[in-house]
Design a protein around this ligand. Structure first.
Ligand SMILES: [Zn+2]
Length: 325
């Protein structure tokens, strides 16, 4: 399964000239890595309690980047009460020690950060602040939820925005209550423009929580919104949630990686669900210079292991077909 997928990916994405080295450009280049869904309750949480580290097999790959970003698909809290829904994920605050070691920023814009209510969500934001782990895609009110996280490296200002569009919408922030950012098109366009005009960002990347679970291809809604975001000024669009990887698209020369799949997550039997993509974007002031994907295999404990060499995304391709997992 994996070999087929890798071969297809390689065939579709690779070209001899794609890996242009950062050194070839005078501009300083910043490497950003994106992990998919990181769920630190259940089995991964138990492993961490036992002193194990589910980030460990990927540690050197993550450490080779300047900025490491993950979607935090759970709430980290001790308080709160589980919402009435099929799956609810609450991780013990002890996981923060590992998170801060391996991750520089987390998106909280997803359908699990509110699983234990607004009090637990607010408790998590306090714990993230205390641990000095910046978050985006959510906040103490609507305004904070839609404010980009600015990360500066080598003089380059990178704005990260996060949006959820998978129910329940009750997790959304309000004028006076904490929660996630929801992707209303007009607001998203405004946020992206403000990231440049007000926050003086050089690079703007929305990290989306969207799409249909277990679908290897993005749907029309994802495609429309991704293009809208790039038209508004996004340099790349990255997504998660479907629990599988999805196809990659180039729009106006900018990469849209619709779904990275799971990263740290247990409870899935299928190989597709246990496939993790870590996306590396090398960016400079002009945008994404090059990009590649490190494929990982997730074991039954929810721990991802890198497999094979990084696969380049050909940013000069006129069209990219779907690498179906
Ligand atoms: Zn999700």
């Amino acid at each position: 399964m994996m070999i087929t997928m890798r071969r297809r990916l390689t065939a579709l994405l690779m070209s001899a000239s794609t890996l242009c080295s950062a050194a070839a450009h005078a501009e300083p280049t910043v490497a950003i890595v994106f992990m998919g869904d990181v769920m630190l309750a259940d089995h991964p949480g138990q492993r961490i309690k036992q002193g194990r580290n589910p980030f460990a097999p990927f540690a050197s790959i993550l450490d080779s980047a300047d900025v490491r970003v993950a979607n935090l698909e759970c709430v980290i809290a001790q308080g709160g009460k589980a919402e009435d829904k099929p799956y609810t994920f609450r991780a013990h605050p002890r996981v923060l020690k590992l998170l801060t070691r391996h991750v520089d920023a987390v998106s909280v814009a997803n359908n699990h950060s509110g699983d234990f209510g607004r009090t637990a969500f607010a408790e998590m934001l306090g714990r993230l602040d205390h641990a000095k782990l910046p978050f985006f895609g959510g906040g103490r009110d609507l305004s904070q939820a839609h404010t980009p996280l600015l990360i500066e490296r080598k003089g380059l200002r990178i704005a990260l925005l996060g949006y959820d569009e998978f129910f329940p919408r009750s997790y959304e922030a309000g004028d006076r209550h904490p929660g996630v950012a929801w992707s209303e098109d007009e607001q998203v366009v405004l946020d992206i423009r403000r990231a440049r005009a007000v926050h003086r960002a050089d690079i703007v990347i929305p990290f989306m929580h969207w799409g249909e679970e277990h679908q290897p291809r993005a749907n029309e809604r994802q495609r429309e919104l991704a293009r809208l975001m790039i038209d508004a000024g996004a340099d790349a669009v990255v997504g998660t949630h479907p629990h599988v990887t999805q196809d990659i698209e180039l729009y106006k020369g900018k990469p849209i990686v619709y779904s990275l799949g799971n990263f740290i997550f247990d409870g899935f039997d299928d190989a597709d669900n246990n496939t993790a993509w870590v996306l590396r974007l090398n960016v400079d002031r002009t945008g994404v210079r090059d990009a590649h994907i490190q494929v990982g295999r997730i074991d039954r404990h929810g721990t991802p292991y890198p497999t094979g060499s990084p696969i380049p995304i050909d940013l000069k391709a006129t069209a990219l077909a779907a690498p179906s997992p």
